[in-house]
Design a protein around this ligand. Structure first.
Ligand SMILES: Cc1cc2nc3c(=O)[nH]c(=O)nc-3n(C[C@H](O)[C@H](O)[C@H](O)COP(=O)(O)OP(=O)(O)OC[C@H]3O[C@@H](n4cnc5c(N)ncnc54)[C@H](O)[C@@H]3O)c2cc1C
Length: 422
């Protein structure tokens, strides 16, 4: 990391999700040197946690794989994982950036043989699966990790457990003395593609995700249905591992709500419609109910909605569910609310519930640059009067992958124009 040579003709991209990767590749393929930094130990962002993409229901890892290949083949892109911005100063055309890198405790000699994990006894919550299962404290961050390299959890770095892992490694790949490092570099323009976080469902107290074991969020559903997820792809009740006969989806969980997220994330309806397909594929007899305020499926995506509506096992009820209560004996969930079409009270029991929580922007607070402004919700506003640092993808607004790719390409062009202008 210490030998990163950049000039004010270089572009810095912050965030290695699909948006950051796209911006980096588009700028590099147009002939600009790019440095991409990502805080996770792997690239790919939230997309790598999805089971399938709507509307085609193809696996997201295929698309990521193609982009990783483009990166490997392009020497103009250099990327660093476990890296974050420590500070930015300067202005359009001439930024000084300081970057800090957290220790991974595993170097490039790692072959992913897994012997460190074999001897490691400490387990931690698996962050990739939203804590739904445990992994060893010496682990591969995910099956399709790029770069494909293990990592040691900091909790074992200075312990006998860490030494055991190091001694088990035949390749000398574990370095327990690794420290946080920092590096300074120059950039002519910066693209901020830090994406989104799932809105914290625990804040929606009346749905009780922490107490009601069979309530999960939409992102947890993506992991549960993934073959490398906590149940190896099978949808099972978290409380008892049982198969399900009915399930409810609650739309706008914490969205369009003055106590939570005021805005619509735009994709949660499609995400739930997609997830009804996951359920119906696994359980031909399972009844699915979608409680919604209104379904937002735009343009061609409406065809997907129509297709789901034709499934007689999927029922749509216009309602905002007010409470979820768990039956302690069965683990079943009683949902109460009002049917907005008929005015009748709803009281129905389900074996499992999925909350369609929205997308909250990742913070940009570490950047004290006058060149960035955010909207009232924290998404980056690309203010034409403040050129030089540009938001891309979900850092700008919650949206789907196709729109992120378009937006990220536009941001690459904006960054190139900044450099050309100065
Ligand atoms: C339940 C659900 C299902 C979905 N399903 C689909 C679907 O089927 N099809 C579809 O098109 N879209 C889907 N989406 C939307 C899709 O996930 C987003 O469009 C996509 O993740 C946006 O990519 P991004 O790169 O902008 O952000 P992200 O994927 O969030 O990537 C941002 C990256 O930046 C990194 N980062 C954050 N902060 C920093 C920092 N300070 N420094 C360095 N790095 C940082 C993060 O670690 C991450 O890797 C779904 C969303 C949800 C909620």
């Amino acid at each position: 990391m210490a030998d990163v040579q950049t000039t004010n003709q270089s572009i810095l991209v912050v965030g290695g999700g699909i948006s950051g990767i796209t911006s980096a590749l588009e700028a590099a393929e147009a002939g600009y040197d790019v440095v991409l930094i990502e805080k996770n130990p792997y690239l790919g962002g939230r997309v790598s946690q999805l089971h399938q993409y709507f509307p085609k229901l193809c696996p997201p890892n295929c698309g990521l794989e193609i982009n990783f290949k483009r990166m490997k083949n392009n020497p103009r892109v250099r990327f660093f994982t476990m890296a974050e911005i420590a500070g930015i100063s300067g202005q359009e055309g001439d930024y000084d950036v300081s970057i800090k890198m957290a220790p991974r405790y595993v170097n490039e000699k790692c072959t992913c043989c897994g012997k460190c994990a074999d001897v490691c006894e400490t387990e931690i919550d698996n962050p990739f699966n939203f804590g739904m299962d445990k992994i060893k404290a010496a682990y591969l961050p995910q099956d399709f990790a790029f770069p494909m390299r293990y990592i040691l959890d900091p909790s074992i770095a200075g312990t006998d457990e860490g030494k055991k892992c190091r001694d088990a490694c035949e390749y000398g790949a574990i370095d327990l003395d690794m420290q946080e490092t920092s590096v300074d570099l120059k950039a002519g323009a910066i693209i901020w593609a830090t994406g989104w976080n799932p809105y914290d469902a625990a804040k929606i107290e009346y749905y009780g995700i922490d107490e009601n074991k069979n309530v999960i969020s939409n992102v947890m559903m993506e992991r549960m249905t993934s073959i490398n997820g906590p149940t190896n792809g099978k949808i099972l009740r978290p409380s008892d591992g049982k198969e399900i006969k009915n399930i409810a989806f609650i739309q706008c969980a914490g969205s369009r709500d003055e106590n939570h997220l005021l805005y619509c994330s735009g994709i949660c309806c499609l995400a739930s419609l997609k997830q009804t397909r996951y359920v119906r594929e696994q359980y031909p007899d399972c009844d699915v109910t979608v409680f919604f305020i209104d379904i937002r499926a735009m343009d061609k995506l409406e065809d997907f909605y129509t297709m789901v509506q034709e499934d007689e096992k999927v029922r749509f009820v216009k309602s905002k569910i007010a409470t979820i209560t768990e039956d302690e004996e069965t683990g079943n969930l009683v949902l109460e609310g009002e049917d907005t079409n008929t005015g009748e009270q709803i009281k129905e029991t389900f074996e499992m519930v999925v909350l369609a929580t929205g997308m909250a922007p990742n913070s940009i607070s570490e950047v004290s640059s006058p060149d960035v402004s955010c909207d009232e919700y924290g998404f980056i506003a690309n203010d034409p009067d403040k050129p030089g640092i540009y938001g891309a993808g979900c850092a700008r607004r919650p949206t789907d992958v196709a729109s992120c790719v378009q937006d990220a390409t536009a941001s690459a062009l904006r960054a190139i124009q900044s450099i050309a202008r100065r």
